[in-house]
Design a protein. Structure first.
Length: 435
């Protein structure tokens, strides 16, 4: 299998002891909703063209099947002696092992199930040692930009090497504990970031690195050990497992010393006058009854992608992405947003503007007239989108995530995206701008 590098010598899909086999043994799995019919102007029904995978991906059929199989024996986990409880506990803990293998984590890394990437990032923020300074780029999703008590924010870099240089300089000037936070693939442009080089820089300065992998893991294989990452977070709902689970994976010490994320049953060893909390970060931060079905779904998605093999998935996505981008480039008045240029590697995400239309007008027209679903807004990455659009930080007329004129349209693809959907979007936009 060919490797996909992120602009340095460390491959994203490099092998590691805990990484599951990559050989393709199954066809690309189907998604639920592929036959969904939606109404368009005039009252007729058309097949829905889902081009909004980056917001929430549809459910894979193997994921739905795994949840259905677990439901008859669903019961409490960790604290029940009954057969159903024991079986459900085993499935839940197996899900933890599956997710660990999926990202090539170290054997002793903690795998903590959360609600989503935002939840995972906030959990880690609460566990940072006192006085920790976080370094984060203004290109990040709000989930990575906002949770930190003390942070240094860096301007959008002009090229990948500038990102490495800026992080190097910022970390060099910080005393005490420090954490570098960076995305692996932008949720706005899909562009891949040099995470291995950034991890190397962080460690050279005695810092740690958290990688937001929410937009990477549905599209590319990730190996935490080979890339030497300290923490990784991602969401099930972007990984074809929309059952309300996410995950934080990484080194145990900060997590074991941090205040329990939730205080309640399961997080404690015993309760007398004071509580004695678990030293193990997994139970320590998973108080109460966890989202068992969400964890099972997330693991099933990991299994399905691994069994399919990344070669076929990446090849098909790159073919469709090239067709989408060339189609958009052929339409006068449509401008693709990019931080590092047209030739920079990216996953299946494209954001763009259309002259003469607001982003919301374009999205509404695509939905009501053509049966196409896209995202419009600033994608919960306000500083970055304003930068790409050349607007100042004082433009506040569209302060929400969803609406306004200082916004863009985002089309995103993944498993189950047919060529017809890409072609329909291009032809719909061509029709709109010709009016």
């Amino acid at each position: 299998m060919s490797t996909l590098t992120i602009f340095d010598s460390v491959p994203v899909q490099a092998s590691g002891e805990t990484q599951a086999p990559a050989a393709s043994s199954r066809p690309i799995p189907a998604v639920l909703g592929a036959d969904l019919q939606v109404p368009v102007k005039g009252g007729r029904l058309v097949g829905y063209a889902n081009l909004d995978y980056a917001a929430s991906a549809p459910c894979l059929e193997p994921v739905s099947a795994a949840v259905a199989a677990a439901l008859p024996a669903y019961s409490s986990v960790h604290r029940g002696a009954g057969y159903a409880s024991q079986l459900t506990t085993a499935r839940y803990e197996q899900a933890r092992h599956t997710v660990r293998a999926f990202v090539g984590a170290r054997p002793d890394d903690a795998v903590i199930f959360t609600r989503n990437t935002t939840d995972a990032t906030n959990l880690l923020a609460g566990c940072l040692p006192a006085g920790t300074t976080t370094v984060v780029f203004d290109t990040e999703h709000h989930a990575s930009l906002l949770p930190w008590r003390k942070s240094v924010r860096l301007a959008p870099p002009a090229f990948p090497g500038e990102a490495v240089r800026a992080a190097d300089e910022a970390l060099a000037g910080i005393e005490g504990p420090k954490l570098l936070v960076v995305t692996a693939a932008s949720n706005v442009t899909g562009e891949l970031w040099p995470i291995a080089a950034l991890a190397h820089i962080a460690h050279r300065h005695g810092a740690r690195i958290l990688v937001d992998a929410a937009q990477l893991v549905p599209h590319r294989r990730l190996n935490l050990t080979a890339l030497d990452l300290d923490y990784v977070a991602f969401s099930g709902h972007k990984l074809y497992a929309p059952f309300g689970a996410g995950v934080l994976i990484g080194r145990r010490d900060w997590l074991a010393d941090g205040e329990p994320y939730l205080k309640g049953g399961g997080a404690v060893r015993s309760v007398e006058d004071e509580a004695e909390w678990h030293d193990d970060p997994e139970p320590r931060h998973e108080a109460g009854t966890p989202n068992v079905l969400g964890a099972i779904a997330l693991a099933a998605a990991c299994d399905a992608l691994t069994a399919t093999g990344w070669t076929a998935l990446v090849r098909e996505e790159e073919r469709l992405l090239a067709r989408l981008r060339s189609g958009l480039a052929s339409i006068e008045g449509v401008r693709e947003l990019s931080l590092w240029g047209d030739d920079h590697p990216r996953v299946g995400i494209v954001s763009f503007t259309v002259d003469g239309y607001s982003a919301r007008e374009v999205a509404e027209a695509l939905s009501s007239q053509y049966g196409i679903g896209v995202r419009d807004g600033k994608f919960c990455a306000h500083p970055f989108v304003r930068h790409l659009l050349g607007r100042s930080g004082h433009d506040r007329e569209d302060a929400g995530c969803e609406d306004g004129t200082t916004s863009a349209v985002r089309a995103s693809i993944g498993i189950g995206s047919p060529q017809e959907h890409v072609d329909r979007l291009v032809e719909a936009l061509r029709d709109l701008v010709s009016r």
